[in-house]
Design a protein around this ligand. Sequence first.
Ligand code: FAD
Length: 306
Amino acid sequence: AYDVLIVGGGPAGAAAAVYAARKGIRTGVVAERFGGQVLDTMAIENFISVKETEGPKFAAALEEHVKVYDVDIMNLQQATSLVPGKLIEIRLANGGVLKSRTVILSTGARWREINVPGEREYRNNGVAYCPHCDGPLFKGKRVAVIGGGNSGVEAAIDLAGLVKHVTLIEYGDALRADAVLQRKLHSLPNVTVITSAQTTEIHGDGKKVSGLSYKDRKSDELRHVELEGVFIQIGLVPNTEWLEGTLALSRHGEIEIDARGQTSLPGVFAAGDVTTVPYKQIVIAAGDGAKAALSAFDHLIRSSVS
Ligand code: FAD
């Protein structure tokens, strides 16, 4: 059995693996896709001390760092359930069962897509999901934010300070964000809010985004906006479907953790985008992965005495 078994091989899982292995304990990482979301990212400019890198390069560096240590990496394996006990079991889609004294869950999250033509084609070439990551790339340009909930309105306020103009597009007939955010949004001179609007297509010149079309849901008319960027803010979905009913999840499906990364199950810790920790970023996921590994180690030394 492992001392620490990490499920998920993104920045959180990789950091947890390095921290656990450096304690000289038996460490394994099982991941559907080692590297995680950064594999789908182009420029990364906010991982402190690395001025600029590319997602796939960063993912390769994560793996290289983990491989310095004696860690079992089980890539391309999907966990399908967790069974609590003195030895915690992780069951895999291939029928395998892994056992460990502690488990760190770091299965990450995925951005909800709007599924319109152009979205996939122009991803990273005008279509973006993270204003903290990609906002500065659109300095002085025109962008749209799709989604009028808290994250969409926060993104629009954030971007309005960087870009030339922001068009906020909401499907429903009113914004759903907190009133204080809506007031702030409406006070900004370079923001236009369009409600009852269904985005139908993101257009481009073959290389990058040049505009979007939406249907006015009241008149059924098709309208067009010219712009250089589209931020899609309709939700981040945590990869916890396989854990439902096993441990405490928030109403958004995120794993609830305390300040040490402890979940509602003894010996089970969690880190990164899959948890309730706010602000989903690489540097935050990595820090929390380190924290969860140290908490798991602390749990092990306390439970081995009794
Ligand atoms: P993830 O990176 O999501 O990794 C999850 C891991 O778990 C993966 O290995 C996955 O395969 C695995 N997994 C999932 N389910 C299972 C399962 N059932 N069984 C086994 N394994 C499983 N952040 C920044 O800080 N800067 C940026 O510039 C930036 N740009 C981004 C651009 C894009 C396009 C995207 C999508 C995200 C970007 N982010 C950026 C966010 C950043 O990528 C995430 O915050 C970070 O990757 C979270 O790390 P994580 O380890 O928690 O999860």
